[in-house]
Design a protein around this ligand. Structure first.
Ligand code: SAM
Ligand code: SF4
Length: 356
C-alpha cells in the first residue's frame, strides 16, 4: 500500500481498548469519561481479521496499544494469535507498564479490578511463583515493548498520570527486562515545568538498564489547556539540556526502529537516546509508514488529522475480504502529506480514544 506522497504502509497501530487505569493529563480528561460500550468495540476476532487483511497488503509490523491494552480481558489469548498471521514479523505493545509485573493468570477483568489489584503492595510478590505478564507476552511472540515513563519522581508521576503507580511501573520495567524482550523503549513526554528536571535522571536510569529512551514532544491530542505554550518543551531544548551534561550527542541517522524517532548516541557510552519531534521537526511526516485502527473500528490514516473511516460498520454489514482490502486502499489514498498539528488543530478525540 502506497499513498499519493510515496508513503509505504508497513506498520499498523492497533488500539484494543479506550479504557485505562491511568489518567494522564495530556491524554485524557480527568473527569470520569464514558467508556465505549462493549458492542461498540471491535471483538478480538474482528481485529485479527483486519490485521490479517492488512498483512496481506504489506503490513509487517503491528503495535498493540490503547488506552492501556493490558486492562483488556483475555489480552494474552489475543497476542498469542498474532504470530500466526502470515506476513506479520514484528509485534509490539505500548503500555504504561503498571501491569507488566503482575501474574499473567490473574484476570484483570475490568479497569476497576485492575485498580484494586494495584493497591496491593507488590506485583512481583504475587508473580514470583507464577509467570509475569511481561514473560507471557514475550512467550506469545511480542518482541518490542514501549513503556511510558515521564518521570522518576513519585509525586510528579502521580500528578501527571493521576495515579500513584510509579513503584508498580518500575517493577513492570524490571519484569520486561527479565523477560528478555529484544527491544524495550522508554517513552517520556516532554512537559515544561513538569519533567524538565528529569531528563538526566531518566537518561541515567535507561543507561543503567541498557534501554533506549525516547523524548516525545507534547502533541495537541488532549485538552487545549494542557497544550498551552507554557507547557511545551521542544526536543531541541531537551537535547541542549542533555548535551550540557553529557557533552555533544552523536547523530545516528542510520539507526531506526520503524518509527519517527531520530536517534543519537551518548559519547563514550553504548546508550541511545531518541527524539520524536512531531511539532518542531518539519520533516517528521516524510518517512511515515503507519495506519491506525481505533478500538471502535475506525481506520485513521494520520494521528494528527480528523480523517477517520468506519471499517467496523462495513465489516459488520457483511463486507468480503476483497471489499475490506479496497477499503484499506481507499483510506491509504486519503492519507495526508503531513499532520495538521501545526495548523491550530483542535483535538476531535482524546489520544486515549485513538490509540497513541
Ligand atoms: N497506555 C499506554 C501508554 O501509556 O504507553 C499506551 C497508550 S498511550 C496513548 C501511547 C503513548 O502516547 C504514550 O507513550 C503516551 O505518553 C503518548 N501520548 C499520549 N498523549 C500524548 C500527547 N498529548 N502528546 C504526546 N504523546 C502522548
Ligand atoms: Fe492511559 Fe497511556 Fe493515556 Fe496515560 S498515556 S492515560 S497510561 S492511555
Amino acid at each position: 500500500m502506497e499513498d499519493r506522497y510515496g508513503h509505504r504502509i508497513s506498520y499498523l497501530r492497533v488500539s484494543i481498548t479506550d479504557r485505562c487505569n491511568e489518567r494522564c493529563t495530556y491524554c485524557m480528561p480527568r473527569e470520569l469519561q464514558e467508556w465505549l460500550a462493549r458492542e461498540d468495540v471491535l471483538s478480538y476476532e474482528e481485529t485479527l481479521r483486519l490485521i490479517r487483511i492488512a498483512a496481506g497488503m504489506g503490513v509487517s509490523k503491528v503495535r498493540i496499544t490503547g488506552g492501556e491494552p493490558l486492562t483488556r480481558r483475555d489480552v494474552l489469548g489475543f497476542f498469542q494469535q498474532l504470530p500466526a498471521i502470515p506476513g506479520i514479523n514484528d509485534i509490539g505493545i505500548s503500555t504504561n507498564g503498571s501491569l507488566l509485573s503482575r501474574c499473567s493468570r490473574r484476570p484483570v477483568g475490568d479497569v476497576g479490578a485492575a485498580l484494586q489489584d494495584l493497591s496491593h503492595a507488590s506485583h512481583s510478590e504475587a508473580a514470583t511463583e507464577e509467570k509475569t505478564m511481561a514473560r507471557a507476552l514475550r512467550e506469545a511472540g511480542v518482541n518490542s515493548v514501549n513503556i511510558s515513563l515521564d518521570t522518576l519522581d513519585r509525586e510528579a508521576y502521580a500528578a501527571t498520570t493521576g495515579r500513584d503507580f510509579l513503584p508498580q511501573v518500575l517493577e513492570g520495567i524490571d519484569a520486561a527486562i527479565a523477560a528478555k524482550f529484544p527491544l524495550i523503549k522508554l517513552n517520556c513526554v516532554l512537559m515544561r515545568g513538569r519533567n524538565e528536571d528529569q531528563l538526566i535522571p531518566l537518561a541515567e536510569f535507561a543507561a543503567a538498564r541498557n534501554l533506549i529512551l525516547r523524548f516525545i514532544e507534547l502533541m495537541p491530542v488532549s485538552h487545549s489547556d494542557v497544550l498551552d505554550e507554557s507547557n511545551f518543551l521542544p526536543i531541541a531544548e531537551a537535547r541542549r539540556n542533555l548535551e550540557s551534561h553529557f557533552g555533544p550527542l552523536i547523530p545516528e541517522p542510520g539507526f531506526r526502529t520503524n518509527g519517527p524517532s531520530t536517534y543519537y548516541k551518548v559519547a563514550g557510552r553504548e546508550q541511545r537516546l531518541g527524539f520524536i519531534g512531531a511539532m518542531t521537526n518539519l520533516h517528521f511526516c516524510e518517512s511515515c509508514n503507519k495506519l491506525r485502527l481505533t478500538c471502535d473500528g475506525k481506520l485513521r490514516p494520520c494521528l494528527g488529522s480528523y480523517l477517520e473511516f468506519d471499517i467496523m460498520k462495513v465489516m459488520r454489514a457483511g463486507a468480503t475480504d476483497a471489499e475490506l482490502r479496497r477499503f484499506f486502499l481507499d483510506v491509504v489514498e486519503r492519507k495526508p502529506e503531513q499532520h495538521d498539528f501545526r495548523e491550530n488543530y483542535q483535538p476531535g478525540r482524546m489520544m486515549v480514544a485513538i490509540g497513541g
